[in-house]
Design a binder for this molecule. Sequence first.
Ligand SMILES: [Zn+2]
Length: 128
Amino acid sequence: MARSLPAQVDVTAEVPEQYWACRSDGHWNIRIPNPDNGMPTFGLYRWLVCQRCNRMVRQTIHRGSEVFASRTFYPPGYLVRGMGQVNRKEFRRALIKTELAAEGLSLPAEKSLGTLVTPITKPIRRRR
Ligand SMILES: [Zn+2]
């Protein structure tokens, strides 16, 4: 059963920022040649690697292109032991804050991600 973290835990403090986009929006996979030339007992291996975070997946493909098994290899720091399954929303929130900050904007403090369609608070411009 998937566990979620208490709301007060800042998972983004535990996971490097370079992984937030994949944790929020998913991986950018491309297929790569079999890196170790290994072969399963039946079928074949199909390797995928994420272009953003270098997470690798080795799929065992059987007849009919079915994925019979899959093994995932995460880059260091991607997973946080003991934190269970983390909601994508935690990382999306951090990403959005970072993206807005880069534009000199901020999320209204009382707004949740579910209300992001509301107008964004613009910075107060100081007079010189
Ligand atoms: Zn990724």
